[in-house]
Write a protein that binds this ligand. Structure first.
Ligand code: AMP
Length: 399
């Protein structure tokens, strides 16, 4: 059974075609600059070199039509015809409090996603464009939506209500939602599988550290707290996002910059590793500059490491202990020195790592020592595969 996974941004579209028998990625690609001059598609058929084509894509519907054409292309395609496609799965950033799990798309579901637009004004409209385009060009094929927020809907109110007048929660739904849920849920489950343990018996801290980063406390398989909040700038320092800020700093920025949009740009696009280091939003560049003696790059690195340590400590306190710590995403999977630095001086918490086992990138590995009370591991994330699995399950249940 073949599932198409779509992840639509405002001007981009990522796709994967997955054969669920054996869970193999048959083709994948990226369309960029949709609706902008110079739009292009990069397509890779598994086992072949990637091809890039400059094609004018005025909108998402045009882009999806082109993707479907290339998927049935004699040379670069992987399908004989589109009837082979079983269903399409869509990544939707915000499900608000309405969606606690992946669902088959119905007119009510589309309405529900539209209702949540005020909470994710940049992301949900783009995700919806992709969904509506797929419904148009693939009539009769089921669509399933998978939400970044859904996994965190198990958080108790003490973790998701902010300390401001309760009316903002009641009237405006201002609360912690959390994101990266598909990733946190997947790596927590996978960690339990690798360890041969029931996830219900484990207290896990999952560290999804990439360009955007968040950390989640997963107790008995359920998210009980997470570092992303109402939006995606809370928590630890990120590539260009600030992480936690004293509200007084926001007030200061508002006074300095004058508009909410400028403050938003400051904390989302000019902050984080980039803002502190002045070098780059990419940890590799920051590490290299720090190595060469750049003091601000060193400081940015230290703030990030310190931030991750603080979350591990606080989530262990919140859950009454921790059995497993999982690192994932670009930095978590590849940052050898970074992981070592985070785990340093944590023996008091029962964290002991084996430097040699930690010396690896992008693969599943347990890098704590056998006598470490806490198991520390790397589990590469695979959000597309989770979306494909949920899509197959929801579409099959409906048939
Ligand atoms: P992601 O958003 O998950 O794709 O992660 C992207 C980030 O991973 C990049 O911005 C880098 O900072 C980081 N990254 C990738 N490879 C490495 C590496 N070898 N060492 C440190 N950081 C890395």
């Amino acid at each position: 059974m073949k599932i198409l996974v779509l992840n639509c941004g405002s001007s981009s579209l990522k796709y994967q075609l997955i054969e669920m028998d054996g869970e193999k990625v048959m083709a994948k690609g990226l369309v960029e600059r949709i609706g902008i001059e110079g739009s292009r598609i990069k397509h890779t058929k598994t086992g072949m070199d990637a091809i890039t084509r400059e094609v004018p894509f005025p909108n998402h519907t045009a882009a999806i039509k082109y993707v479907l054409d290339i998927l049935v292309d004699a040379e670069y395609g992987v399908l004989k015809n589109l009837n082979e496609l079983y269903a399409t799965g869509h990544r939707i950033v915000h499900g608000g409090e309405k969606f606690t799990k992946s669902v088959l798309v119905t007119p009510e579901v589309v309405k529900g996603i539209e209702e949540v637009i005020p909470l994710a004004p940049l992301h949900n409209p783009a995700n919806l464009q992709g969904l509506k385009a797929a419904m148009e060009v693939l009539p009769g094929k089921p669509n399933v939506v998978v939400f970044d927020t859904a996994f965190h809907q198990t958080m108790p109110p003490k973790a998701f209500v902010y300390g401001i007048d309760y009316k903002y929660y009641e009237e405006n739904r201002v609360r912690r939602y959390g994101f990266h849920g598909t990733s946190h849920g997947y790596v927590a489950k996978r960690a339990a599988e690798i360890l041969g343990k029931d996830i219900k018996d484990l207290k896990i801290i999952t560290c999804h550290l990439g360009n955007g980063s968040s950390i989640t406390a997963v107790d008995g398989g359920k998210s009980v707290d997470t570092s992303f909040g109402y939006g995606t700038a809370e928590g630890i320092l990120m590539g260009t996002r600030s992480g936690n800020l004293d509200p007084s700093v926001m007030i200061f920025l508002m006074e300095q910059l004058g508009t909410a949009q400028k403050v938003s740009d400051e904390v989302h696009k000019k902050a984080g590793l980039l803002g502190v280091s002045g070098v780059s939003s990419d940890l590799r560049d920051v590490e290299e500059a720090a190595e060469k003696g750049n003091a601000r790059a060193k400081l940015a690195e230290e703030i990030l490491i310190n931030g991750v340590k603080k979350y591990i400590g606080s989530y262990a306190a919140e859950m009454g202990g921790v059995d497993v710590i999982v690192f994932t995403a670009g930095i978590g999977e590849n940052g050898i020195g970074f992981r070592k630095a985070v785990c340093e001086n944590m023996e008091y918490m029962g964290i002991k790592i084996d430097a040699e086992k930690n010396n690896c990138r992008g693969k599943e590995v347990i890098f704590s020592t056998p006598d470490s009370r806490v198991t520390v591991m790397v589990v590469p994330t695979d959000e597309e595969m989770v979306i494909a699995r949920d899509t197959l399950r929801c579409a099959s249940e409906a048939k």
